[in-house]
Design a binder for this molecule. Structure first.
Ligand code: 5GP
Ligand code: ZN
Length: 114
């Protein structure tokens, strides 16, 4: 979709630090990480938010999340927990309108998340 920052990231028009990629899903580090390893998981198909998903797309995206969480854990073995967050629509703090899931590792030491 034109003028969508995350579509531009998928198409490599904007650089990103890749965490995971396959034919349907892309995962990359958030530009302003609330903790080390804060990752965004997005479908390669442009959908605005959860209300645009069908069951197949939900399965495609959410079935990858355990694998991506384990990749983050491997890269950041000091991680002791992880929050999964998905904001839908502006009132719920969505700021980029290409649906995404935040995976936010948690640390007992030096955890900047407040
Ligand atoms: P939301 O508030 O929509 O749930 O989250 C959007 C997230 O996208 C924010 O955490 C923000 O830091 C991240 N973000 C916005 N623009 C970019 C970008 O150009 N690159 C990356 N890697 N992350 C971005
Ligand atoms: Zn998009």
């Amino acid at each position: 979709m034109e003028n969508c920052i995350f579509c531009k990231i998928i198409n490599q028009e904007i650089p990103s630090y890749k965490v995971y990629e396959d034919e349907l899903v892309y995962a990359f580090l958030d530009i302003s990480q609330v903790t080390k390893g804060h990752t965004l998981v997005i479908p390669k198909t442009h959908v605005t938010d959860l209300f645009d998903y069908d069951a197949q797309l939900a399965s495609d995206l959410f079935s990858r999340i355990p694998k991506i969480a384990k990749a983050i854990e491997k890269a950041f073995p000091e991680m002791e927990g992880l929050n999964m967050v998905n904001n839908n629509k502006a009132l719920a703090y969505q700021s980029v309108f290409h649906s995404h899931v935040h995976l936010i590792p948690r640390y007992s030491k030096n955890d900047d998340f407040s």
